[in-house]
Design a protein around this ligand. Structure first.
Ligand code: HEM
Ligand SMILES: [Cu+2]
Length: 678
């Protein structure tokens, strides 16, 4: 019996690494602290009623945001650990196996559990408000999506203290990730965590696709849709088309691992390159899934903080849609060295270079929007302007990588690492932070502090160049990715040292960001107007935070930049509007005639139809978690229990008919009066 017990313990717990013991201890301490605080302040009921069961897109957005920031912290700690190990030749800070686990979880977490929830946070916070809707098309599905993402992320995150982390890279290529070379449950954690959160992402893609097509306020034609919402639509299309490929790849690999199938094992008739193809058919569009919403944020921010209409709206939309199509035609650039031959490689090389064109169009549109605008350099604009040079360098090095023969040289070198961090951080992280600063007052009713924002931005931005510019050079000098130690005589020492210093500067920038958030919760300037930036789109017509039904009356939209035009019509009733920069005089004159109906005050209130909260999405996802956990450890009895739980919650839901209610007019009147908007 004791032998069996120790056997179980060594299989189940990760033993022998002091860093992981430290993690164990801190996880236990933090968990106890959370349980204590919730119990002591009697917050369990509140947590369940207000958050765990909510179907309100605004609250779901906030939960996504919190999750994304926590995962950014986790992935950032991984990054700091790696850069610390690489600071000097022959370091003994991390063991080789631990280093492998860390680069794997870092990449996986950053892309799937930081970038994805961050964009979903922005979708949820902004899209329904921008299009004048009361919620998303499927609020219940929205809650399922969040909890599936959440429990998928939990599954991956506990692997490093229980069972062991995956260590075959975030791409998890077989045969390395197959049953022969990745023993233990680590890879299973990866496969199931991604599979479960992938269901959630698919739900979100479908939800926002339908929401944007079907829930727009009257008068909001597609060519009047704000650009951020357009970017959400583009990303949703990509999600719907790309995620099934990932699902298939992960499922087949899971069969290989658990059931001894041979989809990807060469000697039994399978082919590992099939996995690589399936993975990148999802993987390349995935980078656009996360970066297009960032482009959407930049479009909103540039127009608002330059006080000008976006330059080239139609070309912005067209370029986004071009990217959607092109992003499916480039995936082979991730493995030019596969040996597919010059014809195939040339096609994918050309397609990869062509995709730079629509991206360039967007950058120039932002610059033209700023040109002669009255620019305000507040935090969202700072991150937007900071993004442009980063993205220019990242884009140029991307074109270098797209040259297939040259890629034989750069492939899997630090040049690549520098390139994709420059676009992923410079695009996605900058974009989402800009969006967070931009919509923060809308979410919470107070501003983030500008002084701390500046510290955060400058430390992060300068640290970013210090960290990644040396890595381009290291790549040229032959340093390959995923190595945990290197000899002293390669000439890499100084550059690695500089790069690590940069990583610490970025870490400090992140700390300032957190300080800003905490400081502003207590000291932040209140936003009583609901429109602190003098915004252009409909979300700014609402009080902050918006009431849970969003719009007491659904606005009627008569032009692009609907809210700005409404404000102009009111502000400029007497003055000549055609002299206002950035305002199209024709649409103003038109909207002036329509002004009474377009303003939120017009019309009689009617009861509002809203979805009911439900605990089932949480329980459903928890059952999925048990299912995944069972498969990770090959405890099939637990997997079956989990699956039964999933089926039961689904069946129960199908018998539920009473899923919505009406907010009576008196209550709406009271709420609106409390906002001073009777
Ligand atoms: C915040 C600062 C960051 C730093 C200092 C950093 C640093 C690193 C380092 C040192 C590696 C390992 C390189 C190697 O040994 O091969 C790495 C890999 C990676 N990083 Fe980051 N990173 C950061 C942010 C991000 C972000 C925001 C993303 C994605 C949105 C990201 C995605 C990845 C991916 C996909 C890999 C490859 C993992 C693999 O090889 O399997 N990183 N990063
Ligand atoms: Cu790609």
């Amino acid at each position: 019996m004791p032998a069996a017990l120790t056997n179980f313990a060594t299989h189940f717990f990760v033993l022998g690494d002091p860093l992981i013991y430290g993690a164990d201890a801190s996880i236990i301490i933090v968990s106890i602290a959370i349980l204590f605080v919730l119990t002591y302040y009697k917050k369990w009921g509140w947590l369940w009623r207000e958050w765990l069961t909510t179907v309100d897109h605004k609250k779901i957005g906030i939960m996504y945001l919190i999750a994304a920031l926590l995962m950014f912290f986790r992935g950032g700690v991984d990054a700091i650990l790696m850069r610390t190990q690489l600071v000097w030749p022959g370091m003994h800070f991390l063991q080789s196996e631990h280093y492998n686990q860390i680069f794997t979880t870092h990449g996986t977490i950053m892309i799937l559990f930081m970038a994805m929830p961050f964009i979903f946070a922005m979708f949820n916070i902004a899209v329904p408000l921008q299009i004048g809707a009361r919620d998303v098309a499927f609020p219940y599905l929205n809650a399922i999506s969040f909890w599936m993402f959440f429990f998928g992320a939990m599954l991956l995150n506990i692997s490093f203290v229980i069972g062991g982390s995956p260590d075959a890279g975030w791409v998890s290529y077989p045969p390395l990730a197959g049953p022969e070379y990745s023993l233990g449950p680590g890879e299973n954690f990866y496969l199931l965590a991604l599979q479960i959160s992938g269901i959630g992402s698919m739900g979100t893609g479908i939800n926002f696709f339908v929401t944007i097509l079907k829930m727009r306020a009257p008068g909001m034609t597609m060519m009047r849709v704000p650009l951020f919402t357009w970017s959400a639509l583009a990303a949703s299309i990509l999600i719907i088309l790309a995620f099934p490929a990932l699902t298939a790849a992960l499922a087949l690999l899971l069969f290989d691992r658990l059931a001894g199938a041979h989809f990807f094992t060469m000697l039994a008739g399978g082919n590992p390159m099939m996995y690589v193809n399936l993975f990148w058919v999802w993987g390349h569009p995935e980078v656009y899934i996360v970066v297009l919403p960032a482009f959407g944020v930049f479009s909103e921010v540039v127009a608002t903080f330059s006080r000008k209409r976006t330059f080239g709206y139609a070309s912005m939309v067209a370029s986004m849609m071009a990217i959607v199509v092109l992003s499916y035609l480039v995936w082979v650039h991730h493995f030019f060295t596969m040996g597919a031959g010059p014809g195939v490689n040339s096609f994918f090389a050309l397609a990869s270079m062509i995709i730079g064109i629509p991206t360039g169009v967007k950058v120039f549109n932002w610059l033209f929007t700023m040109y002669r605008g009255r620019i305000r350099m507040t935090a969202p604009m700072l991150w937007t302007v900071g993004f442009i040079p980063n993205f220019a360098i990242g884009g140029a090095t991307g074109v270098m990588l797209a040259v297939a023969p040259a890629d034989y040289q750069y492939h899997n070198s630090y040049f690549l690492i520098a390139h994709f961090h420059q676009v992923l951080i410079g695009g996605v992280v900058y974009g989402m932070i800009a969006g967070m600063y931009y919509w923060w007052p809308k979410m919470f009713g107070h501003m983030l502090d500008e002084r701390w924002a500046r510290h955060a931005f400058w430390w992060f931005n300068i640290g970013f160049y210090v960290c990644f510019v040396p890595q381009y050079l290291l790549g040229f000098m032959g340093m390959t990715r995923r190595i945990y130690v290197y000899p002293a005589n390669m000439g890499w020492n100084t550059l690695n040292l500089v790069s690590t210093v940069g990583a610490y500067m970025m870490g400090l920038g992140f700390i300032f960001l957190v300080v800003d958030v905490v400081y502003s919760v207590f000291r932040g300037q209140r936003d009583k107007t609901g429109d602190p930036w003098d915004g252009r789109t409909l979300e700014w017509s609402l009080p902050s935070p918006a009431p849970h039904y969003n719009f007491a009356r659904i606005p009627v939209v008569t032009s692009r930049d609907a809210w700005w035009i409404m404000k102009e019509a009111r502000r400029k009733d007497t003055t000549d509007v055609s002299t206002t920069p950035g305002v199209d005089s024709v649409s103003v004159t038109k909207s002036k005639q329509n002004a009474p109906q377009t303003l939120a005050q017009a019309g009689k209130l009617k009861p509002i139809h809203m979805p009911k909260d439900s605990g089932r999405p949480f329980i459903l996802s928890l059952c999925f978690f048990l299912f995944g956990w069972g498969l990770v450890f090959e405890w099939y009895w637990l997997a079956i229990i989990g699956l039964l739980g999933v089926l039961t919650t689904l069946v129960l839901r199908s018998f539920e008919t009473d899923t919505s209610y009406h907010i009576p007019v008196e209550e709406i009147e009271k709420t609106e009066a409390a906002y001073g908007r009777a």
